[in-house]
Design a protein around this ligand. Sequence first.
Ligand code: LMR
Length: 396
Amino acid sequence: IFSQVVPAPADPILGLTDAFKADPRTDKVNLGVGIYKDEAGQTPVLKSVKQAEAILLAEENTKNYLGIEGVTLYNKVVQELLFGATHTVTNQERAVTAQAPGGTGALRVAAEFVVRNTPSRVIWVSNPTWANHQNIFETAGLTTKEYGYYDAANHDIDFDAMLRSLEAANQGDLVLLHGCCHNPTGIDLTLEQWQKVGELCAAKGLVPLFDFAYQGFGRGIEEDAEGLRLVASMVPELIIANSFSKNFGLYNERIGAVTLVAATAEEAKVAFSQVKRTIRANYSNPPAHGALIVSTILSRPELKAAWEQELAEMRERIAEMRTLFVESLAAAGVTQDFSFISRQMGMFSFSGLNKAQVEALRAEHGVYIVGSGRISVAGMTKTNMPVICSAIAAVL
Ligand code: LMR
């Protein structure tokens, strides 16, 4: 049977890492995948994570299976991080959360739950969006449609286009929304725009599906959740897929969660039984380590404060790199206006470089960025900045 199999194309993001590893050049720079690097170019384990792991090593006394939904305390602290200490949906017990293997796992469980249990078959994603979104949703059996989002000429959001596209959506359609730090553009909605999106979803019966992978990387932990919390207070039903890969640096632990908000507590309970069934059919029950780290940190005030501090340092370093990037491009002789980069949020910058320029960056200069022109600012350092900027100046 395997002789029939045709080769898959390389993944647009993770495939770049493979190509990067195979590149013998010593001055190569990987700004493809979204991984935070410190000033020394390392992706270290956070100190708060190490402390939590020391506690777990001393106290853990079983490797017994978790329940299908994962660590109970984890699911509780996830809701507090998403919705804040108090919110209508949690007060009314309309939110249910299951641990999931990363944001991708959460999105896949959510999509499969929808396909198996509801009449909805369409999900609207922003144009552009994360390169894996369509792949996940279509594999689960949803049809993807695109809504306008990016105004390429002004490097800004085209909010009218977004609303216009979503006017064509039908009741029950899902709308994928990036909670903060839009991937790949780095351009987020304002609170007024979130209000309008919430109104539109409520009026048309659209179901928001938040991809929330960068909480704390934009403006702050609470600030980055403002849009999500507002929309959650306006619509009867929504889904959230969140990830702790970036904000806890737990990339290879694959730790995230899927949260479902239903119209009533009763409906939430019923829906949750089907979410669990979906998980059971995929991987039975989740691995424990990442969830135990996160719940240990978030349930202990001193560890939580230490983590918040480390997250703030990552956020501030990226912001510093944005400013330095804009300045260094100018210093390298680039005359185009790249000041929009310092206004974008999160790990990524949508550079506006075209496919040929992206290819020349890789082939001629060993600088790897995603084909869409997305650059991981989180991978820039004061050391690699001159290499990156002179390469960009050359391909421009
Ligand atoms: C990214 O967009 O680079 C990250 O979310 C990593 C991934 O899995 O693609």
